[in-house]
Structures are given as C-alpha cells and as structure tokens.
Design a protein around this ligand. Structure first.
Ligand SMILES: [Zn+2]
Length: 146
C-alpha cells in the first residue's frame, strides 16, 4: 500500500486526497496514532486542517520507541514555517500521553509553532478511532496549550 509522503497515511495515494485537497488549512496539523483516527476526525466534521500519522505510540513495554514512529517526518513538515499549530491527538491512555509529552518537548523548541492537546472530552482509555463524532468535536474545540 502506498504511504503518503506528506502525512504518512496509508493506502490513500501519494499525496493522499487529504494532503492534496486545496481547501484545507495548511497552518494546522493534527497528529494521530493510526490512519483510522483520521476517519474519526473526518466524521466529526469539525476539523479542516491537515493530518500527520505517527503509526503507533511510544510504548517501552512493547519495545516501541520514538524512532519507530513518524516523528522525523513531522519535524520535517514544520521546517517551512507554514504550520503554526500542532494539535496532539494521541489516544488518552498511558502510551498516548507519553507520546504527547515527548512530542510536546520537541515542538517547544520550534519557534512560531503552538502545541495543543485535545481536551479530555473523550473518556480516558477510549481510543480515538472509536470515539463518537460529538465527543471528538468537543475535545477539539476545547483543546489546550500543551
Ligand atoms: Zn497525506
């Protein structure tokens, strides 16, 4: 399956339809763990920016470190100075929080980029891909500086 070289989404071509869409906001990038999470946000209809797929979350117990995630690709995207906000939408569980913390530290070093994290409108332990559209929309709207 083709991986989008921009957002790292799978199977949607390169670039994928969401990255190629001209009517989306280039200034905002929403970071998710899995490709399915994008579908959940698209269902909510509240988000008009771009996406980035990490393909996992930091999990020492499973032997997954940051170097196995698409972190380098994310930082690369921020280099052109177009993106002004990165929304961390990793799952509200231990791995998701660890990943958000790690990314938050990295992103704090980049000038002109605001980092936000989804509000806990979705219940702890719920995976983003199964969250209902209304909860996701609310979590997005109430996102906070990280
Ligand atoms: Zn893409």
């Amino acid at each position: 399956m083709a991986t989008c070289s921009v957002c790292c989404d799978l199977g949607g071509g390169d670039p994928c339809a969401l990255c190629a869409a001209p009517n989306r906001d280039d200034k905002t990038v929403l970071v998710v763990e899995q490709p399915q999470d994008i579908l959940a946000f698209e269902r909510s209809g509240e988000y008009r920016g771009r996406y980035h797929v990490l393909h996992g979350a930091i999990s020492p117990l499973d032997g997954v470190g940051a170097d196995q995630l698409k972190v380098r690709e994310l930082l690369e995207r921020l280099r052109n100075g177009v993106v002004t906000e990165v929304i961390l939408a990793t799952d509200p569980d231990v791995e998701g929080d660890a990943t958000a913390l790690y990314l938050g530290r990295l992103l704090a070093a980049i000038d002109g980029v605001r980092t936000t994290r989804l509000a806990h409108g979705i219940s702890v332990g719920t995976e983003i891909e199964y969250a209902d559209a209304m909860s996701l929309a609310r979590a997005l709207e109430n996102r906070r500086d990280f």
